[in-house]
Design a protein around this ligand. Structure first.
Ligand code: PGA
Length: 241
């Protein structure tokens, strides 16, 4: 399976900074071995679209509503992302779930809507530290996948990003052993649901110095990278493992 290296820029980088980043990144990207995807903030999507014209590098939005247009103040349209040439939508990131109160029902509607448009949803799942310490990780991931994929089409692409909440932005990366064990669990859950061909990405404090050890683990099909994706050099190193 082709590896996927995805960059989640969160609320960083203006359109100008986005253009400057890609001018530098495209020089370095020749070394990458897989598919590279960027998730800029919504206001910088057009700058990404213009910068990536004619390139094999993909982009998409960090969130989108499950309707193409209408009276939905403050939301993003996946249809517009598609019109700009985007191909992915990140769905259910832990910051969307914990800060913006997004629940599994919305996640399921978004996954189905995005698939219906012909874009690829990247569904994020992950347990909190408290859930891990009380041995609930498997149950949490199983519930998030069951509910998040409840309306998904098995014949259309979907990517899953496993991101332990305690490893996001904390510098506390999961160990290769934890990643191996949890990705094997995620694969078995996906298989039971009929989504065994979905690539499974790891996310949470991925850096150039830990990426090589993590990518070797079973059922790790790439990464979703936050902090280390903001700099062209560090993200190109991660995308070259
Ligand atoms: P991080 O973020 O790499 O900064 O931990 C990952 C993410 O939130 O997707």
């Amino acid at each position: 399976m082709k590896k996927i290296f995805a960059a989640n820029w969160k609320l960083f980088k203006s359109p100008k900074e986005t253009r400057e980043f890609f001018a530098q990144f495209k020089e370095l990207a020749g070394k990458t071995t897989g598919e590279v995807v960027f998730f800029p903030s919504a206001i910088s999507l057009e700058a990404a679209s213009e910068s990536l014209k004619g390139s094999t590098i993909k982009f998409g939005a960090q969130n989108a509503y499950f309707q193409a247009q209408g009276a939905f103040t403050g939301e993003n349209s996946a249809q517009v992302v598609k019109d700009l040439g985007g191909s992915y939508i990140l769905i259910g990131h832990s910051e969307r779930r914990s800060i913006f109160g997004e629940g599994d029902a919305w996640v399921a509607d978004k996954v189905a809507f995005v698939q219906g448009l012909g874009l690829t949803p990247m569904l994020c799942i992950g347990e909190t530290l408290q859930e891990r310490e009380s041995a609930k990780t498997f149950r949490v991931l199983e519930t998030q996948l069951n509910l998040g994929l409840a309306k998904a089409d098995k014949t259309k692409p979907v990517v899953v990003a496993y991101e332990p909440v305690w490893a996001i932005g904390t510098g506390k990366v999961a160990t290769p052993e934890q990643v191996a064990e949890t990705h094997t669990d995620v694969y078995s859950i996906l298989k039971a649901l009929g989504f065994e061909s979905a690539p499974i990405l790891y996310g949470g404090s991925v850096k150039p110095d830990n990426a090589a050890g993590l990518i070797k683990q079973p059922h790790v099909n790439g990464f979703l990278v936050g902090g280390a994706s903001l700099e062209a050099k560090s993200f190109s190193e991660i995308a070259s493992v």
